[in-house]
Design a protein around this ligand. Sequence first.
Ligand SMILES: Cc1cc2nc3c(=O)[nH]c(=O)nc-3n(C[C@H](O)[C@H](O)[C@H](O)COP(=O)(O)OP(=O)(O)OC[C@H]3O[C@@H](n4cnc5c(N)ncnc54)[C@H](O)[C@@H]3O)c2cc1C
Length: 466
Amino acid sequence: MPYDLIVIGSGPGGYVCAIRAAQLGMKVAVVEKDKTFGGTCLNVGCIPSKALLHASELFEESGQLFDKMGIKIGKPKLDLAAMMKFKDEGVDGNVKGVSFLFKKNKIDAFEGVGRIAAPGKVEVKAAGGKNETLEGKAIVIATGSDVARLPGIDIDEQRIVSSTGALVLDKVPGRLLIVGAGVIGLELGSVWRRLGSEVIVVEFLDRILPGMDHEVCRQFQRMLEKQGVRFKLSSKVTAVDANGKTLKARIEPAAGGAAETIEADVVLVSIGRVPFTEGLGLEAAGVKKDNKGRVIVDQHFATNVPGIYAIGDVIAGPMLAHKAEDEGVAVAEILAGQAGHVNYEVIPNVVYTFPEIASVGKSEDELREAGIAYNAGKFPFTANGRAKVNHQTDGFVKILADAKTDRVLGVHIVGADAGNMIAEAAVAMEFGASSEDIARTCHAHPTLPEAVKEAALAVAKRSIHM
Ligand SMILES: Cc1cc2nc3c(=O)[nH]c(=O)nc-3n(C[C@H](O)[C@H](O)[C@H](O)COP(=O)(O)OP(=O)(O)OC[C@H]3O[C@@H](n4cnc5c(N)ncnc54)[C@H](O)[C@@H]3O)c2cc1C
C-alpha cells in the first residue's frame, strides 16, 4: 500500500512534518541519508552549539563572577574532552528522542539517500548499495541546507573549519579567525573566546549581524569588543595559506586597496548556508529552483510539480529551525485538508551569545523604509531590579508600536535571557497586541521580563523605573 506521505530529510522541518502528518492519520515514511535523525539542527547546529555556549558561559562565569558572589572555587580548569562529551551526550539524547517519536507515531524510517524518481516515487539508496522504491501520494522535500563555501578556501575541518568542524575542535585554538559576523560566527566565536582563544572576526559589510536592528547591533558589537573579540569590518578574506605551521589569511578592504596578512591557528568560515538539493533528482523531476538554488513553492508549500512540496532551509525565508518546524506542521495540515499556515511576520530570531539578542517583527530600519510611522519605547536592564541584583545589566528592551494604532510591530532585546523573553513578545504580536496591552499585563517581580513591560510603558513615555 502506498504511503500517504514520504518526507525526505529528518531535520526539524522533516521530522515535525512527519509527526504531525501521522497525528492526522496519515501513513508516513521518512528518508534520511545520515546515520542519525534530527538534521543539521540536532546533530551539527542548534543543539551542539547551545551545549557549548552553555558550558563555556558557565566556565567563564565561574572564573569571573563566582568569586564576587562568595563562591570560592579557585581558577576553573578546562577539560575540553569532557566538555565535548557533555555536548555529545546532549546531542545523543535529542536524536534518540526523534527515533522514539517516529516509533511512537508509527512512522517508517528509511536510511539512505532519497531521490525523486517520479512524482509519487522516491528511490532510497542505502549506504550498503541496497535500493528500494517507496510510493506515496505526496512527497515533502525537507533536505535543508549546507555550509556556504568561499572560492579558493578549502575547508578541511581541521584547521580551516566550517561550523561543523568548529564544534569538535580537540584543542582551544590560540588565535581563531572568523570569516563572517553572522549569528553562527559570533556564537562559535563566543564559545572559543570564553575557552581562551584570541578571536578576530572579519566581515565584508560595515556592520555585524546583517539584517538585525542597527542600534542593537552597534551596542552589541561594543559589548563583544569589551569581552575581547576584535572586528575587522568592510574587509574580505580572499585566501588562506595553509602551507606553514600557522595559517596566513589574506585580508583585503571590501572597497579595494592594500591587502594585509593575519595569522591564525584556526580559520572558521561562517558566511552563511546554502540550500541542499544534491542527489534529489529535482531537474529530472522538473521541480523548479530559484537563482539561489532554493526550491520554489507557493503559499501552500507546493512546488510546480503536483504532489511535491518543500519546507525548511531548502525554501526561501529565514534559515531557522522553528521556521522549518512550523512549515512542517503547516504542510502536514494542508495535506490533511486543514488550513495550515505560517505567520512569517512573527518569527523570532535569537543570537545565543552573552548577552543574548532576540528580536521579532520589524526593525526600525524596515519600518522607516516602508514609511510606517511608529513610536519606540526603550528600557535598559540597568534599571531592572533583577538584572541589577544578578550583575547582568548590559542591554535593553525596545518595543516599536504603530504610531496610529499602537499595535506592536517589532520587539528587540539585548540582554541576559533575551531568547526566553522574546516568546512573550511573539505571543503578544500573534494576538495583535498593542503596547498598552503589554504595559497593562501584570509581570512577576523581580524578573527580567519586567523590562518588557517597562519598554511597553515607555512607548507612551510613562515607564515607572526610569
Ligand atoms: C552551527 C549552527 C547553529 C544553528 N543554531 C540555530 C539555532 O540556535 N536556532 C535555529 O533556529 N536555527 C539554528 N541553526 C539553523 C538550523 O539548524 C536550520 O535552520 C534547521 O536545521 C533547518 O531544518 P531543515 O529541516 O530545513 O533542514 P536540516 O536540519 O538541514 O535537515 C535536513 C536533513 O535532510 C537530510 N537529507 C538531505 N538530502 C537528503 C536526501 N537526498 N535523502 C535523504 N536525506 C537527505 C540531511 O541529511 C538532513 O538530516 C543553526 C545552524 C548551524 C549550522
